[in-house]
Design a protein around this ligand. Structure first.
Ligand code: SF4
Ligand code: FES
Length: 287
């Protein structure tokens, strides 16, 4: 009986609900004269994503179409594109949720285009690098020869955790109206990551980041349009991160920024016992 029900459910999931038209921006990477829009008919089943539709085109209709993807589960951040005039992840967008029989696909705005739907994200990674998105410490001896883990309480973790969910997809940068007019503006992704590290109790890098974060193309160029947070598929809310950075700048300018003592190395609990039923970690395979 159970087998019969699940077979029926599978059959229903395989049913083609409708056919939609994909209108896809094409660019061969060789100059503006080569721009065009191609149309493709794509069959849609329950749960078919825009990424599935692109695979259908590549496998059956036009093998030269280019886009970027990897994980197919909204984790790697590579399949960002402009879908019906909004920056979205192709793997995280079901065609039925678009409520349209036409799917317009373009590469992400605010980036150069490499080919078809592939944006050049190197500018995003370069700006991200500029804010030093890693834990900076004064005690270099401990960083170079670590003796343990830095202590962090649950409360301290929650002060930045939301910002650590960023997958570097660049949708926020594509949505940002300030980047559209100022390509040198750092943008929501790098700035939110600057806040993520400034707010980390293990970090002491505020002074190392402040020159770039509060430069003329830094946090104060943000007009708080909020488009970045609307587009973010991971709930990071980069616009909020930027406002928190601005607050740090004001408090810092008043000389009131609380300099916390960076988290110490946690003392291993020698008396701790493994709970019954919790398996041991697997043996190391590399020495
Ligand atoms: S903040 Fe959100 S939209 Fe921006 S890069 Fe990170 S995950 Fe993507
Ligand atoms: S393929 Fe990895 S986020 Fe879409």
């Amino acid at each position: 009986m159970i087998e019969a029900v699940s077979a029926k459910q599978t059959e229903r999931a395989e049913e083609i609900i409708k056919t939609v038209k994909f209108k896809v921006f094409r660019y061969d990477g060789k100059g503006k004269k080569k721009l065009r829009v191609d149309s493709f008919e794509v069959p849609v089943k329950k749960g078919t994503t825009v990424l599935d539709g692109l695979h259908h085109i590549k496998e059956n209709l036009d093998s030269t179409l280019a886009w970027r993807y990897s994980c197919r589960m909204a984790v790697c951040g590579s399949c960002g594109m402009f879908i019906n005039s909004f920056p979205r992840l192709a793997c995280n967008t079901q065609i039925t949720e678009l409520e349209s029989d036409v799917v317009h696909l373009k590469p992400l705005p605010n980036f150069d285009i490499i080919k078809d739907l592939v944006p050049d994200l190197s500018v995003l990674f370069e700006k991200h690098r500029q804010v030093k998105p890693y834990t900076l410490r004064q005690d270099l001896a401990e960083i170079e020869n670590p003796t343990g883990e830095f202590f962090q309480s649950v409360d301290e973790l929650e002060r930045y955790l939301q910002f650590a969910y960023c997958i570097k997809c660049g949708l926020c940068m594509a949505a940002c109206p300030t980047i559209a007019t100022d390509r040198r503006y750092l943008g929501p992704q790098p700035l939110a990551q600057a806040y993520r590290y400034n707010a980390d109790s293990r970090d002491e890098g505020y002074d190392d980041r402040k020159d770039i974060v509060f430069s003329p193309h830094g946090a104060f160029r943000c007009h708080f349009a909020g488009a970045c947070s609307e587009a973010c598929p991971k709930g990071v809310d980069p616009a909020f991160g930027i406002q928190l950075l601005k607050r740090q700048a004001f408090v810092g300018a008043l000389g009131l920024l609380r300099r916390r003592k960076a988290a110490p190395v946690a003392t291993p609990v020698s008396s701790a016992k493994r709970l019954e039923g919790v398996p041991e970690a697997p043996k190391k395979t590399v020495s």
